[in-house]
Design a protein around this ligand. Structure first.
Ligand code: ADP
Ligand code: MG
Length: 240
């Protein structure tokens, strides 16, 4: 469903993404790992139209993503994003956070958006937090709300940018568990993560990036247990 071909992106003189090539099949879970600064976040942001790539093509469902606002907005709707720092609206309740985009972007009726938001909260185990404000939640709960909010737009794929990196260790598993359930239900996911256990267990494929390039790509067994390059070996020695 997603094809990335010769994708390049620079910030000024900093060539951040260098000829990225990969595809994602429907229902596939792809983990992206690699050192800080290697371009992982930028790659995700190009995929859902938050950054404009400078050359190469991103094809989603057979349609090439262009730089015009309509195309970028379609990409944002089709690819939900979950950020490290949750990005919830602090002045809205949990329920209102989840209803916001369906009502304001998709123009769905309020009653329908509310019904859907309640079902999603149930799905992420937070049915009792509908009327709470983000400040009243733990980090793990906030991230589960953020996942519910992304799902409310009924995206074709979900992009996660280090979804557990800002969490206290005891809250990591509750978020990974929700993500694992989504994967089992067939959600297409691209997950930037340092959680090697999760990558190994849940990801169909792992991409190792360094210095803006895809250095290795393969199954968890190939990449985590038998890395071929010195860069991947050095990175894995530090994170495992
Ligand atoms: N908005 C931006 N403006 C300028 N430089 C940026 C911006 N975002 C990222 N960069 C630079 O791009 C490179 C890759 O960053 P990033 O994609 O965040 O890497 P990663 O997510 O792998 O840590 C870094 O050198 C970073 O400083
Ligand atoms: Mg990043």
């Amino acid at each position: 469903m997603l094809h990335i071909k010769d994708l390049n992106k620079s910030f000024g003189k900093n060539h951040v993404l260098k000829n990225l090539n990969f595809s994602v099949a429907p229902g596939e879970v792809v983990a992206i790992i690699g050192p800080s600064g290697s371009g992982k976040s930028t790659a995700l942001r190009c995929l859902n139209g938050l950054e404009i790539h400078e050359s190469g093509t991103i094809t989603l469902d057979g349609e090439v993503l262009t730089h015009d606002e309509k195309s970028l907005q379609t990409a944002r709707m089709k690819m939900g994003m979950v950020f490290q720092n949750f990005h919830l609206f602090p002045h809205l309740t949990v329920l209102e956070n989840i209803m916001f985009s369906p009502i304001n972007v998709k123009k769905i009726a309020k009653a329908q958006a509310e019904q859907q938001a309640k079902e999603l909260l149930h799905r992420v185990g937070l049915a009792d937090k509908a009327q709470a404000y983000p400040s009243q939640l733990s980090g793990g709960q906030k991230q589960r709300v953020a996942i519910a909010r992304a799902l409310a737009m009924e995206p074709e794929a979900l992009l996660f940018d280090e979804p557990t990196s800002a969490l206290d260790p005891e809250m990591v598993n509750e978020v990974l568990q929700v993500m694992q359930e989504l994967a089992e239900q067939g959600m297409t996911m691209i997950v930037v993560t340092h959680e090697m256990g999760f990558a190994k267990e849940v990801a169909d494929r792992i991409i190792f990036m360094a210095d803006g390039e895809i250095v290795e790509m393969g199954t968890a067994q190939q990449i985590i247990e038998a890395p071929q390059t010195d860069r991947a070996k050095a990175f894995l020695a530090n994170v495992l």
